[in-house]
Design a binder for this molecule. Structure first.
Ligand SMILES: [Zn+2]
Length: 329
């Protein structure tokens, strides 16, 4: 039986009218918080967001069609700590109203169809389907890491989710990774950091191991805030930070800039280099020139037509005639 999402921002959860912002410590009226996409109106702190709310935020209204709604976690190891693992899963289901930590399916953003998943284990299926149907893949990650209760099978997810990405890359189908608070452990160590574009929400905690463990492992003091979205942007790990209110329009722009490669190009072998990480950027820069500067904040010089640096042929009339520059002869 497919689950029903609470597709409204109103939550049925705690009845307290106020929430204390962990960042600025102001009391925020819950209704105001919901209206403001769960972003603190005082300091811009991004509170965590449920799956239904996230889908509502990013996709065209009513466009989401869930797949694999009945797929559930097993208990392959018969794992038990203070209580049996199946009991933990059951408790989590009751708490969230969701059958699984991950939900995936198709939807559209400003009319463009996409394949998307929120969190965890269903991402491999999402990538496979994106490949088969040639739809851009978008994953919103929020994860504390792999499930140790599923042992090695959980670790295998790293390989399972990463392998299809190579095929997606070769097929010229873009993958956009969205990192939200928190994106850690195995999720970050695999697909989440492999997007053609990696977008983070402001101040999101992003890291592999906890700060104390990481510091202990390398045996030195690590810089203040080294696991924040802002620090990672500064060091080139994240491509951009998008406030929640702008996330949808950012995605829409990226989907326009990173179209799925036409199959004919791939058959001619022209798509081969264009979709490596460097190829995407150089191809993008060549195709859209100055437009990129304003769109993604990277300064690029517009280039004359006919460049052969792994560029893919232009697809729209606008792209076909790049803006002319003064020094063009
Ligand atoms: Zn605040």
């Amino acid at each position: 039986m497919p689950i029903k999402f609470p597709f409204s921002r109103r939550r049925t959860g705690p009845t307290d009218a106020w929430t204390k912002c962990p960042s600025c410590e102001q009391q925020v009226f819950n209704k105001q918080l919901e209206r403001n996409l769960r972003v603190c109106p005082h300091c811009g702190h991004h509170f965590r967001m449920g799956i239904g709310e996230r889908i509502e935020l990013l996709l065209d209204e009513g466009s989401f069609v869930e797949r694999d709604a009945t797929l559930e976690s097993g208990d392959p190891l018969g794992f038990s700590d203070q209580k049996p693992y199946p009991n933990r899963i059951e408790a989590a289901k009751l708490k969230t109203g969701l059958r699984e930590a991950a939900v995936w399916g198709t939807g559209s953003i400003d009319g463009r169809r996409v394949m998307g998943s929120v969190v965890g284990e269903k991402v491999a299926r999402c990538f496979e389907a994106a490949l088969a149907e040639r739809l851009p893949a978008i994953i919103v990650s929020a994860s504390g890491g792999a499930r140790m209760q599923e042992g090695t099978l959980s670790l295998l997810q790293l390989a399972k989710t990463t392998a299809p990405l190579v095929r997606l890359d070769e097929a010229g189908v873009p993958f956009i990774s969205i990192l939200t608070d928190p994106t850690t452990g195995g999720v970050l160590a695999s697909f989440a950091s492999l997007g053609d574009a990696i977008i983070a929400e402001p101040k999101a905690l992003i890291g592999f191991a906890g700060a104390r463990v990481a510091s202990g492992t390398v045996g030195e003091e690590l810089p203040e805030g080294f696991q924040t979205a802002e620090f990672l942007l500064e060091h080139g790990f994240v491509d951009m930070i998008s406030p929640r209110a702008e996330l949808r329009s950012t995605l829409s722009r990226l989907l326009r800039l990173l179209p799925v490669a036409p199959v004919e190009d791939l058959e001619r072998g022209e798509g081969q280099h264009a979709w490596g990480p460097i190829g995407v950027l150089s191809g993008l820069a060549e195709r859209v020139g100055g437009a990129v500067s304003e769109t993604i904040g990277i300064k690029v010089e517009p280039d004359a037509a006919g460049s052969s640096n792994g560029d893919r042929p232009a697809r729209s009339p606008n792209d076909a005639e790049p803006a002319t520059t003064e020094d063009e002869r």
